[in-house]
Design a protein around this ligand. Structure first.
Ligand code: PEP
Ligand code: MG
Length: 328
């Protein structure tokens, strides 16, 4: 098996009916970078910048942030890298960030985290924006914001970058060649506002880890709830289908970047709904590339259409059978 995945490293994954599926990987630390070439991923679809902060004893200074981003880009070469701005706070809290008077979150996942924290700690966000802009001088910066709940939050975050960019211009500093701004869709409310937000986006990335916990009101880190919902539940799949429908007519790259996309049947279901870009854990890249080459996306799309119009109680069992019959 490992050998067959290795043989696929340099191969671009196309389905039997000629659809290119982009299989990217998630990363967050310097040590993850070699996996880009080892796994044969098409790029880094989610670089979790908070990891550097989580492993540091003190707030990483701008120079250290810039250095890490540059190293990632140098290692990635021609492959794209999507940097996600800090998703700290809540359960990923940093002792050196808390200031007197902050109260602890009772529901950390829904608390003062990610973009909410970054927008209220502007110094933090400015420093990160500056680091990302400097690290991508002469290249493309793909940056996305986590936990966007309303369009204005996206605008506010983009403004922080634009202000830093203006300052760099004034000082005649080298600038990125191109900046692409994206949002993560992990708070269900944002799905209702995509018609408003879409024209301002270059890309959207569905974070299925947080999205499912919010959709089902089920804590993603509580093992007692792990059996409570299934990623193959019609509610999640219909939700993704609706998001794809809302983006029709807009030129926006859509990626799914949660753990869901790294699982066989879940990836099949997403491809059946029209998803063409997945960003997954590096170990799942080889198996997914192999899977893509065995499928006909039209066939799986037709099956999904059937399954979601009259949902069966156990789609997983149905899909297992479907895949076995086709030797997938
Ligand atoms: C997600 O929520 O699906 C996601 C990709 O981000 P994280 O797992 O870092 O919250
Ligand atoms: Mg998330």
């Amino acid at each position: 098996k490992q050998a067959s995945y290795a043989a696929l490293r340099g191969v671009e994954p196309f389905s039997r009916d000629g659809e290119r599926i982009f299989v990217m990987m998630n990363a967050g630390l310097r040590d993850d970078i070699p996996m880009l070439n080892l796994s044969g991923a098409d790029g880094i679809g989610l670089f979790r910048t908070e990891f550097q902060f989580l492993v540091s004893a003190a707030l990483p200074q701008r120079e250290r942030q810039t250095r890490l981003y540059r190293e990632v880009l140098d290692a990635a070469g021609d492959k794209p890298v999507v940097f996600r701005t800090l998703d700290i706070g809540g359960d990923k809290s940093l002792p050196y960030l808390r200031k007197d008077g902050d109260s602890a979150d009772e529901n950390p996942a829904m608390g003062w985290r990610a973009l909410r924290l970054a927008l209220s700690r502007e110094g933090l966000m400015k420093a990160q924006a500056r680091s990302l802009l400097e690290a991508t001088a002469g290249r493309t910066l793909n940056v996305m914001f986590p936990m966007v709940s309303e369009p204005w939050e996206f605008d506010a975050a983009r403004n922080v970058f634009e202000q830093q960019l203006a300052m760099m211009k004034q000082r005649r500093r080298p600038l990125p060649e191109c900046i692409r701004y994206g949002a993560m869709l992990e708070v269900p409310a944002l799905a209702e506002m995509l018609d408003v937000l879409a024209p301002r986006l270059s890309f959207l990335s569905i974070g299925t880890n947080d999205l499912t916990q919010f959709l089902f009101a089920a804590d993603r880190s509580n093992p007692r709830l792990a059996e409570r919902y299934d990623w193959l539940s019609p509610a999640i799949l219909r939700f993704v289908r609706r998001v794809i429908g809302s983006l029709a007519g807009h030129r926006i790259d859509l990626t799914v970047c949660g753990e869901m996309g790294g699982r066989r049947l879940e990836a099949l279901a997403l491809i059946g709904l029209g998803v063409r870009r997945l960003s997954i854990t590096p170990a799942a890249v080889g198996p997914l590339k192999e899977l893509v080459r065995k499928i006909d996306t039209r066939e799986i799309a037709a099956a999904m259409e059937r399954w979601l119009s009259e949902p069966v109680s156990d789609l997983r069992t149905q899909m297992i059978r479907w895949a076995e019959e086709r030797d997938i």
